[in-house]
Design a protein around this ligand. Sequence first.
Ligand code: 9MR
Ligand code: 9MR
Length: 602
Amino acid sequence: MRRPVPTRLAALALIVTGAAADAAPAIHLNQIGFLPDGPKRAVVTDPATTPLPWVVLDAGGGVVATGETVVTGDDAASGDHLHQVGFDRVTAPGTYRLRVGGTTSRPFAVAADLYAPLASAALNYFYQTRAGIAIEARHAGGKQWARAAGHPNEIVPCFSGADTKGNVWPGCNYTRNVTGGWYDAGDQGKYVVNGGISLWTLLNLYELNAARPPFADGTAKLPEAGNDINDLLDEARWEMDFLLAMQAPDGARAQVPVGPQPAGQKLTMTAIDASGMAHHKVADRNWTGIPTIPAEDREDRLLYPPTTAATLNLAATAAQGARVWKTIDPAYSTRCLEAAKRAYAAALRNPRVYAPETFTGSGSYGDTALGDEFYWATAELFATTGDAQILAALKRLPPFADPVSEPGWGGVAALGTITLATVPTALAPAEQAKQRALIVAAADRYVAEAAQTGYRLPYASLKYDWGSNSAILNRAMILGLAARFTSKPAYRTAEIDAMDYVLGRNPIDQSYVSGFGWKPLRNPHHRFWAHEKDPRLPGPPPGVVSGGPNSGASADGLGARLKGCAPQRCWRDSIDAYELNEVTINWNAPLLWIAADLAMAR
Ligand code: 9MR
Ligand code: 9MR
């Protein structure tokens, strides 16, 4: 039969699709490479609906593996039509390239020590974000990152007077010396909520690997290196000291809103006994400009009112710290445990003091659902003390049996579950096994999600929130734990899938980590690493992760320009894009955890 002569329209369609099909496929992969025994996957953007041939070439151009892509088709998260390539069988260390159709990828490594440099750099971020101490070139990786101490001798009073909504705060009759700690992010606020999960993540990395913890003394670039104490713990203590300092003294009184407050109305204030509570944050009275070098911040620095959430963050991390430092520094351990118990009692006495959103100059980290914070603190206190009454209370709290989801600053139940699942405690073995099963069940869900996505990401939702990369990295932590508890390789594979995405296997070929990959993060929202605004200032040091795509970005000009983006494309490498390109301690902490986990020989 003769083929029908194409109509003009059909001919046009042929030309159009033909032109698209002729466009070279785009290859997206982890820009730092692959572990020899690990999964090796690339994602290819191409309109072809049938498999494409691929080859892996070694450094000399020799073909070491061949195959055909798997067509996965249209992908809503990226807006792309996709194929996947798997070349796990290339296991020999070396430098390779992947060729698909007419496109050859940039060179990538297959190497066993792939993640050690990333782990070190991710830890060094915490040093470089320290407040109260001069940052030295020899520890910071170069003189461009050296700076004078920011906010030294930070002895601060409580906020008093009117907030942005005209609520009048009485202040307090004491000051606190809160010198030190880590700045939160691109801003120079220091927040107990968020400091808590960040510190916990570092301490957990230590505790989980207590037999052979990463960052033995002298292996990291830190002023404390050589003090006979593990360097990860040295860094963690910088924040632990700060959190301890945020605790209100005995006899402290505060006027605070108790319980949820009707939106748009003045807060109803109640006088409380705030002894042992933690102040929510110490921060600038007004937003500082960009850039602002920490030592040149001229704003008032103030203690903001105590909150239940901050108090529970202190209780949880100080209880965890009491365990970790028990034999290393018994006096410090005792101090931590006493602070934890005081904080816990204070939170029980004042369970509904929420952070108001009525201040300016800093983020609010507001949270009115504190069941998870109570659970986390209770779990940590039980793990440290073995107290039977605390155990009884713990078992009555829903997260003891509820499904686990990845942790975040406002959702910390999983931190308690992880501690119960991993730390030797007075919990019966069968009950510890149940906690592990909750983690494995969450990991199973994430593995299943990865299989549904075009980029093989253990995150199938099309909602990419502020800090989406941290949700993905925190899922990777759950996956890494499941890999430890079981022998199923799928968990480690999905953990690596998450890292592959963060390091470049995404539609915009973006390594979201500074200094790693051929297209790294360069212009975070940061007041010192602000090279984009002032050429005399540096860009970010290596090892800093961007918050990542934010499909809800809307508050600034850039947000408006991103309207309509496919979720994984809602991102720009711009210092102005604070909703999607800030960096912060609670995002770098899981980056460090995963990089160290993948770097560890097992
Ligand atoms: O720079 C601020 C950043 O560190 C915070 O994460 C963010 C959200 O709280 O706010 C940023 O400051 C912006 C402010 O909220 C609104 N005006 C523009 C500021 C950024 O230039
Ligand atoms: O990480 C926080 C994110 O979950 C919130 O949606 C957002 C707005 O409230 O605030 C983020 O936290 C910022 C904090 O408020 C101020 N320092 C920088 C943090 C990261 O952008």
